[in-house]
Design a protein. Structure first.
Length: 424
């Protein structure tokens, strides 16, 4: 669980003499040395998959004093102080200028190199505009979001009257969208459904986050996302998980008709942290995809089990034996029974993700009004191919069984930390 923590500067007399030095716009001479009260921070971050006080090693801070033309705190890193939970230290002192009433502050975290837990981003914070570019969530088709980084940002306008003791309150907000996919069978379904992997396909990536002070973005904490690369194209990526035999688990997840089974997300920390975006879903016509829209892709197997090792009469599907039962292989469609075979199916997905929101997609297989999805375009490089039965030619968008997969989406904000101590 996260809580507030306090950012302090080391009080050393030698550094205090050079605490605030603002250069002239026209030359490099020191124009102002204005030493006021030392600035500290009370900071809060809501609970998340990645960011908490245990793993947040540091963040970067910018400050712009009213009436000044350059940043007086310019990307300084605040690092966690060893042995003191919730305390982060700047490398030098900064003081509130005596002639300034209002200061704007920006910050982001986690700082540092990616291998050390930091987020890869290019900050461009100036008096004329504030943005973070080059942010691309780590792409994995096997581990979901386990190697992704949460990205939090903070903005506040503090005045001398509201910053008691010059302790500025910074509240970090989650700048990304969190995505979880779960699935179950329909009530009283007699099918057996096994999932070997799940992915969000054709999500936009590589975004730029801009601070936008207009009222349109007030409800989004002034966060405006744009997505394009240097050539003006919109890059697309796929993110998800492939199950493996490890820790006593099988290499698939078997669905039941009660609780949902998590496919992407959950206790294994594979929830996806993706760029907020509007993306149209994939569409099909005459057995082919007509756009590069988004969809949920699943590698699955659907069977029907009946009592008795022998199946009387003929069958439209290949039949295998499992103990005292016989098993119909409904999907993937094949000419002979193979318990290790799987096939790809999909659900078209129209995306409308906002920053700081968690989206849980709940899929229902083989229910009263749900089937096993539709045939997707052929997956590209990196997706599993062993024992995978390819879809029939010109069947993209056609139902795998009788009906599409029924699904719903729930949207919530990320839970705020509880029992926050008063650091004023």
């Amino acid at each position: 669980m996260s809580s507030r923590f306090k950012l302090i500067s080391p009080a050393t007399a030698a550094m205090a003499a050079t605490a605030l030095m603002l250069a002239s716009c026209s030359n490099d001479d020191v124009q102002v040395v204005n030493q006021g009260t030392e600035i500290t921070f009370n900071t809060q971050v809501s609970r998340a998959t990645e960011i908490n006080l245990g793993n947040l090693k540091g963040f970067r801070v910018w400050g712009l004093a009213e009436g000044y033309t350059s940043m007086f705190i310019n990307g300084e890193e605040a690092k966690k102080k060893e042995g003191e939970d919730g305390t982060y230290v700047l490398s030098k002192n900064y003081y509130w200028p005596n002639d300034v009433d209002k200061i704007k502050f920006w910050a982001y975290g986690p700082s540092g190199k990616r291998d050390d837990g930091g987020v890869e981003v290019n900050p461009n914070i100036t008096p004329d505009g504030q943005s973070f570019s080059g942010l691309k969530p780590h792409v994995s088709l096997t581990g979901g979001g386990a190697d992704q980084r949460d990205f939090v940002v903070a903005y506040t306008e503090a005045t001398r009257n509201t910053a008691g003791g010059m302790s500025v309150k910074l509240k970090f907000e989650h700048a990304l969208s969190q995505v979880i996919v779960q699935a179950k069978k329909g009530a009283d379904s007699d099918k057996r459904v096994r999932i070997k992997g799940g992915w969000i396909v054709n999500a936009k990536t590589n975004g730029t986050l801009t601070f936008d002070p207009t009222p349109e973005y007030d409800d989004l904490n002034h966060m405006k996302w744009t997505i394009e690369n240097e050539s003006g194209q919109v890059p697309l990526e796929s993110y998800g998980v492939t199950f493996k035999k490890e820790s006593g688990e099988s290499d698939y997840r078997e669905l039941n008709s009660g609780d949902y089974t998590t496919i992407i997300g959950g206790n294994d920390n594979s929830s996806l942290m993706l760029i907020p975006q509007d993306t149209e879903g994939i569409t099909f016509k005459d057995g082919k995809a007509t756009n590069s829209g988004a969809y949920i892709l699943l590698l699955c197997r659907v069977e029907e089990l009946h009592s008795g090792a022998d199946h009387p009469g003929g069958s439209d599907s290949p039949v295998g034996v499992e103990g005292d039962k016989h098993v119909h292989q409904l999907f993937p469609v094949s000419t002979k029974y193979n318990a290790e075979e799987y096939g790809y199916t999909c659900v078209p997905l129209t995306i409308d993700w906002e920053p700081g929101k968690k989206y849980i997609y709940s899929l229902e297989f083989c229910g009263t009004n749900s089937g096993a999805g539709v045939y997707p375009p052929k997956p590209g490089d990196g997706f599993p191919t062993d024992n995978v039965v390819e879809a029939p030619a010109d069947k993209e968008g056609h139902n795998v069984l009788t009906d599409p997969i029924k699904f719903s989406v729930s949207v919530s904000g990320w839970t705020e930390a509880e029992n926050i101590p008063n650091m004023n």
